[in-house]
Design a protein around this ligand. Structure first.
Ligand code: SF4
Length: 382
């Protein structure tokens, strides 16, 4: 069961309540380079990104928000650190949401309140982003010493089990993240502002999971899920699938970002794959392909990769299977909307469980794509 949260709106996208779990990403361009930023946002939109965030490190970046907004059709979020004036300018420019970590804003609460009042006046949403890295480092060291070493009555030191010490440390850190987030929320509520969602990110999967679980038990504000600085394509995808997957399977999470050290367009398919695997969204292609083995009779790896790449922009839910031989091929292919089961230098194409035709290996790709196109609405089939 998905946890019930209150609903907020970021531009025309609803977050929380019964809204679909929204997929977000962040540009890697210099925001002030409007052409490059808009081009990257269009590429993100093409693969299904539903909300996009841009970094606003300087006033030059804040001042182009309005221009970028005019040229894109998904909600825009301004990522603000340190200088509250950047948030105020982004709001004046018409941004849909600001993401702030109140803990690093100059003048702290006073600055946050200025941003909250401006956001409230213009109907702009806000993400309160608490990262484990922004929790006081000195406090962390003191805490680590507390949990790893205990003074016995006879004056000698007892060392804790390292795994147990890590668990206690993780729980304490998660608790402090949650306490901070709840405190920042209370500042907003005192100003009668509620268009908030919250992220509690950490690069350590288990810390993030612990923090999100604790927060979800104590607040009904929507939750933005993410494992921060998760790593490269493989590392980051695995960490995100694990952390976000654990939480989503427990019904926690209203929007998410898979953070990767890769082109942002690569984050979107990973995010949708996580959501599809948990049957939380069914957008796009559910892809089934065999890993290949010593029985393989076609170049299944090349065909599978190429088919997946060519169908990356499809939004209609559809299942496609590419299988290497007759052992599992016909069964899996028959269950898919479109399937290819390889044989000796040729393959059988299935559509909705029916054999359509047998084609030679050099026609696999075209044959699969043609069958998929026949099941898509006209706008997507091209
Ligand atoms: Fe191997 Fe055939 Fe299974 Fe593919 S479908 S993994 S080729 S046995």
């Amino acid at each position: 069961m998905r946890r019930k949260t209150r609903q907020i709106h970021v531009g025309n996208v609803a977050i929380g309540g019964d809204a679909p779990i929204a997929v977000q990403s962040m540009t890697t361009t210099y925001t002030r380079d409007v052409e490059s930023t808009v081009a990257q946002i269009h590429r993100l939109q093409d693969v299904g990104c539903e909300i996009v965030r841009v970094a606003v490190p300087e006033m030059e970046d804040a001042l182009v928000i309005g221009e970028i907004k005019k040229r894109i059709s998904i909600p825009l979020v301004a990522d603000i650190h340190y200088n509250p004036e950047l948030g105020l300018e982004a709001i004046r420019q018409g941004v849909d949401k600001v993401r702030i970590n109140p803990g690093n804003l100059l003048l702290g609460r006073k600055s946050m309140e200025k941003i909250v009042l401006a956001a409230k006046e213009r109907g702009v949403a806000m993400r309160i982003g608490v990262n484990s890295g922004s929790i006081d480092a000195l406090d962390k060291v003191a805490q680590m010493q507390r949990v790893q070493v205990r003074l016995r009555d006879d004056g000698t030191l007892e060392r804790s089990d390292p795994a147990e010490a890590r668990r206690i440390e993780r729980e304490n850190l998660a608790e402090r993240m949650v306490t901070r987030a709840l405190e920042y929320i209370s500042w907003c509520e005192e100003l009668d502002y509620h268009e908030i969602d919250v992220s509690l990110k950490s690069s350590t999967v288990l810390t993030a999971v612990e923090a999100y679980r604790r927060f979800s038990q104590r607040s009904d504000y929507p939750i933005h899920l993410g494992i921060t600085e998760a790593g490269t394509l493989v590392t980051g995808s695995v960490k995100s699938a694990l952390g976000l997957g654990l939480l989503l399977a427990e019904g926690i999470g209203d929007t998410l970002r898979v953070s990767l050290s890769a082109e942002p367009e690569e984050e979107i398919p990973v995010a949708f794959e996580i959501l599809r695997s948990l049957e939380l969204r069914n957008r796009g292609v559910t892809f089934v392909s065999c890993p290949s083995c010593g029985r393989v009779e076609i170049d299944v790896i090349s065909v599978a990769n190429e088919v997946e790449k060519r169908l990356s922009k499809v939004q209609t839910p559809i299942q496609v299977a590419v299988m290497g031989c007759v052992v599992n091929g016909p069964g899996e292919s028959r269950d898919a909307d479109v399937g290819l089961a390889g044989g000796k230098g040729k393959g059988v194409i299935f559509r909705k469980g029916q054999v359509v035709k047998t084609v030679p290996e050099d026609q696999f790709l075209d044959a699969v794509l043609k069958e998929v196109a026949s099941l898509l609405p006209a706008a997507e089939a091209s």
